[in-house]
Design a protein around this ligand. Structure first.
Ligand code: FAD
Length: 243
């Protein structure tokens, strides 16, 4: 992003925005200011649950995230009231809200009880370059498993070599070293979102690293790296606690 001319400032926030006609001056907490013709402020969302009378209906709020508290069936603390989607502040994405709605309808009206698995939801940031991710991060996996293998590569894809573009791709597989199951996949680069959607099937099916290795590469693609990384770039083994 920086190579493309984007300046990224970290460790500061916006104190004040002054408007002068069609121009803005944004004052930052580090004492500097930025002049621009547009300002976009995107800092996340909170469920709009105030003044709905939820307390009267006995519907509890989840103190951890401010959304309506639900169980795995999307049932609230009042058994005949269900909540799905962003208002529960679980994973705020359109397909997740749709799936939660389907699961609710199947369970309550369709006699097919089903819970939504929120663990392996492919997500992306549609920036340039794109970011795609599914499953556990390295640190989540290390907290969960005693043996974690990381396969990571950072390369210039063939199509960039030919076009002369200076863009790189980063790919990372997170593997539970005990079961060999690929528990996470993270990609930064062109088509990261498209690749992640497809890899999401394998991760959801609990494919092993051996399954990835047994898949023949499609050459020349960037995604072929996912099936050709043979040696872990990092290995974390937690010693069993002494009795
Ligand atoms: C800028 C932006 C970009 C996004 N991009 C993506 C994306 O690229 N991909 C993705 O998967 N998701 C994206 N999302 C998230 C996605 O929009 C939400 O996760 C999804 O809309 C959630 O669906 P929902 O039905 O739970 O809530 P909503 O779609 O918000 O629907 C809630 C509805 O309830 C209505 N409502 C609210 N209060 C009341 C009330 N008191 N009485 C009656 N009606 C009420 C609202 O008007 C609204 O129509 C984006 C969200 C934003 C804000």
């Amino acid at each position: 992003m920086e190579k493309q001319g984007i300046t990224i400032l970290t460790g500061c926030t916006i104190n004040k925005i002054d408007r002068h006609g069609h121009e803005f001056t944004t004052h930052l907490s580090n004492g500097s200011s930025i002049a621009s013709d547009k300002v976009m402020f995107a800092i996340g969302r909170h469920p709009n649950v105030a003044n709905l009378g939820l307390e009267t209906a006995g519907v509890a709020i989840n103190p951890r995230n401010g959304g309506i508290a639900v169980d795995g069936w999307s049932k609230t603390s009042t058994p005949n009231i269900y909540a799905i989607g962003d208002v529960t502040h679980r994973t705020n994405l359109t397909p997740v809200a749709i799936r939660e709605g389907h699961a609710f309808a199947d369970t309550v009206f369709g006699k097919k009880p089903v819970q939504v698995d929120h663990a392996t939801i492919p997500t992306a940031v549609f920036s340039q370059p794109e970011v795609g991710t599914v499953g556990l991060t390295e640190s989540q996996a290390r907290a969960q498993f005693s043996h974690v293998d990381i396969y990571k590569t950072d390369f210039r894809p063939i199509k960039s070599t030919m076009s002369g573009r200076d863009t790189r791709v980063l790919m990372k597989l997170v593997v539970d070293g005990t079961t060999d199951i690929v528990v996470g996949c993270h990609i930064v680069g062109d088509s990261a979102a498209e690749i992640t959607q497809a890899v999401g099937i394998a991760v959801k099916m609990k494919a092993t690293k051996a399954d990835f290795d047994a898949t023949i590469a499609l050459h020349p693609t960037a995604a072929e790296e996912l099936v050709t990384m043979r040696t872990p770039t990092a290995r974390y083994v937690r010693e069993a606690a002494a009795e």
